[in-house]
Design a protein around this ligand. Structure first.
Ligand code: CA
Length: 234
């Protein structure tokens, strides 16, 4: 049976658009437009397979809803994808503090949203421990906790740098164009240009130190994360 998505959004038009398109993409849906309604709907059997949760709700914040879901035995493992309009909140909502599994930033494209929904569901379904903890040469990544270590020393990354790194790793061995990274890591935001990609990759490399060499520049095209840590440059 197709996955059931609980969509929580107080903007009526957006809620309808999301509901229509997510259902059309083959999912079952349930909707809520307040935090209280979201919590009520989350506990109705069958329990949703994923909650798409707006951060700014009229009665309480999405982070509060997320904490309540995490605190209940029935919903503690249900993946939560936070929908946020504020870039500065992202670091707080994903990872350990609030417990959201992923996020999208408004305005987002439906294609981007559905890609991320599928990725989160896939991760939740396989439930593989190995997926939660990635080791690649000198690099270690704790995916749910959003922690990264290089040679066992923790590296502090922003949510965006973290997503950039995990996207690179997931597509290792394959060239990623700046446009692909822009659409899949940043989403569609008018103020972001392909130069932004270069700036962030540079910063990510610097933070990763010795492990930064795993991200190679492909001249005129974009970037490529090594297929294997010991891969030698040709
Ligand atoms: Ca809202």
């Amino acid at each position: 049976m197709s996955a059931l998505i609980l969509i929580v959004e107080d903007e009526k038009d957006l809620l309808m658009t999301l509901d229509y398109n997510i259902e059309r993409d083959g999912f079952r849906t349930r909707t809520a437009s307040t935090g209280a309604e979201a919590i009520e709907q989350a506990f109705v059997e069958p329990i949703p397979d994923l909650v798409l949760l707006d951060l700014m709700l009229p009665d309480m914040s999405g982070t509060e809803v997320c904490r309540k879901l995490r605190a209940d035995e029935r919903t503690k493992d249900v993946p939560v994808m936070m929908v946020t309009a504020k870039g500065e909140e992202i670091d707080r909502v994903v990872g350990f503090e609030v417990g959201a599994d992923d996020y999208v930033v408004k305005p987002f494209s439906l294609r981007e949203l559905l890609l991320r929904v599928r990725a989160v569901l896939r991760r939740a379904r396989t439930g593989e421990e190995s997926e939660d903890e990635i080791t690649f040469g000198r690099l270690r990544i704790d995916t749910p906790g959003h922690h990264v270590w290089v040679d066992e020393e923790e590296v502090k990354l922003t949510a965006l740098e973290f997503r950039l790194l995990t996207t690179f790793h997931a597509r290792r061995g394959r060239v990623q164009t700046r446009e692909m990274l822009l659409s899949d890591v940043w989403g569609y935001q008018a103020e972001v240009t392909t130069r932004t990609v270069d700036t962030h990759v540079k910063r990510l490399r610097e933070k990763l130190g010795e492990a930064g060499q795993y991200i190679e520049t492909v001249r005129g095209v974009g970037y490529r994360f090594r297929a294997r840590p010991d891969e030698v440059d040709e």
